[in-house]
Design a protein around this ligand. Sequence first.
Ligand SMILES: NC(=O)c1ccc[n+]([C@@H]2O[C@H](COP(=O)([O-])OP(=O)(O)OC[C@H]3O[C@@H](n4cnc5c(N)ncnc54)[C@H](OP(=O)(O)O)[C@@H]3O)[C@@H](O)[C@H]2O)c1
Length: 211
Amino acid sequence: MTTAIIGTGGIGSAIARRLASGGEALRLTSADHVSARKLAAEIGRDAVVAVDDRDALQGAGAVVLALRFPVLKGVIDEIAEPLTDKLVVVPSNPVGIDAQGNIERLLPEGRSSGEVVAGWLPAGAQLAMAFGTMSAGLLESSSNRSPEPAVLFYAADGDRAGEEVERLIRTAGFEPVKVGGIEQSRRLEVGGDLHDLVVGPAEARSLIGAA
Ligand SMILES: NC(=O)c1ccc[n+]([C@@H]2O[C@H](COP(=O)([O-])OP(=O)(O)OC[C@H]3O[C@@H](n4cnc5c(N)ncnc54)[C@H](OP(=O)(O)O)[C@@H]3O)[C@@H](O)[C@H]2O)c1
């Protein structure tokens, strides 16, 4: 199956490598295409570079928007119409760097990134907040762990988004565990209790129940 990855920086390139290692075909794009071309050359024949963000969606059933939070809305507006029947996976954390170099949250307390992104998407798009709980390095080093697989938590509303993102998470070499609906995505973000964790399925399920 084919997945588009818009944004091939730190996390987008790690997700692309993991998905390609599981046999997913990829359509890649980035702002100036340099990082997308480099990544496609590294991955080989399973990855092609799209002409632009909209072209990346051609023939793809899912799209990963691996973009910094302030860029997300503009890209979603640009590609809104072809998103209507697709799984939209968002790993973005709502954080930036302030003038002193410290991490700052870009949303008011109490608002999760998932709820905000859901409000930007067209009707029919299937949103899953996923692949943003680990650093790119941890994502690469924790995939296909044995004997016990590592978990990737996700948040999604509805069965279709859940089934489709679970397929991608397994393709990337992880066991999927749902934290809840999109409103629960705050737990996955920077500062959330499920962020930056590498745990197996039993521990993951007990952590979910513990909150
Ligand atoms: N890096 C991590 O370890 C990590 C882990 C978990 C979650 N996250 C979250 O993931 C998000 C992305 O982080 P990152 O570290 O991957 O950022 P990044 O390294 O800056 O990558 C951002 C990517 O977005 C691309 N881009 C920007 N504008 C675009 C546009 N209009 N169309 C297409 N592509 C565009 C950039 O293209 P160019 O390459 O051409 O500049 C770049 O490839 C953030 O919200 C972050 O919090 C990151």
